[in-house]
Design a protein around this ligand. Structure first.
Ligand code: PGA
Length: 249
């Protein structure tokens, strides 16, 4: 079933002390969540944050993982390592990974595969750049990303996938896709899933929006029929702002 989700992606922010302090402020204010709330600290702070949230329903995510099981990949983190900490879900394919770390659709396909093989859920990010939006290529880009990385996944495994639509031109820029622009893409994604798989799958998958989502625009975005919540970057670094977004459904 489709779930309502607010996930905070802290990116490369917050040291140990700051991570614990932020997570405490959030968990003190969200005792019994009736929607899913998730946060993604940096790798080094995952374990202390998981410990801090032992009795909380806030789920701790990782921001990334390597596409190989294990081996000589200095500085990398495997799915197995994450799972051994109790991580159940990871973000994959964020546009910053695609852009700054050269993660291609093919690499992201491998990442999706290794996650699913090891029973790790993923929040898989897709989205077009500014030029593609201006040239009206956004539908094509979204379709290409899905086809190249995810459309080989077996129907039964789609319950491990949450999609995040993140127009790159809206990430960290203060520009937000209008609720109608976002809704249009979310609905397009569902139509592709319906065509490739079936109606049930297309309606049951959660598709969240990311890109300068804040407390002052979350309510309108989340009220769109096909938007099931948000992947929040900058605004997830302030407890009150993040909690206000969580309360925006
Ligand atoms: P932003 O980032 O909210 O800072 O725009 C969103 C994201 O990258 O997930």
């Amino acid at each position: 079933m489709r779930k309502k989700i607010v996930a905070g992606n802290w990116k490369m922010n917050n040291n140990l002390e700051e991570s614990i302090s932020l997570v405490r402020q959030i968990s003190d204010n969200i005792k019994d969540p009736d929607r899913q709330i998730m946060i993604a600290p940096s790798f080094v702070n995952l374990y202390p944050v998981i410990n801090e949230l032992k009795n909380s329903k806030i789920e701790v995510l990782s921001q990334n993982f390597h596409q190989k099981e294990n081996g000589a990949y200095t500085g990398e983190i495997s799915v197995n390592m994450l799972k051994s900490l109790g991580i159940k879900t990871s973000i994959v394919g964020h546009s910053e990974r695609r852009e700054y770390f050269s993660e291609t659709d093919e690499i992201l396909k491998e990442k999706a595969d290794i996650a699913i093989k090891n029973n790790l859920n993923i929040i898989f990010c897709i989205g077009e750049g500014l030029e593609d939006r201006i040239n009206n290529n956004h539908f094509k880009i979204i379709e290409k990303q899905l086809r190249k990385s995810l459309f080989h996944i077996k129907q039964d495994d789609w319950n491990k996938i949450i999609l995040a639509y993140e127009p790159i031109w809206a990430i960290g820029t203060g520009e937000t896709a209008s609720p109608l622009q976002a809704q249009e893409i979310h609905s397009f994604i569902r139509s592709l899933l319906k065509e490739k798989y079936n109606k049930e799958l297309s309606e049951n998958i959660s598709i969240i929006y990311g890109g300068s989502c804040k407390s002052n625009n979350a309510r309108e975005l989340f009220s769109q029929k096909d938007i099931d919540g948000g992947l929040i970057g900058g605004a997830s670094l302030r407890a009150k702002e993040f909690i206000d977004i969580y309360n925006s459904f």
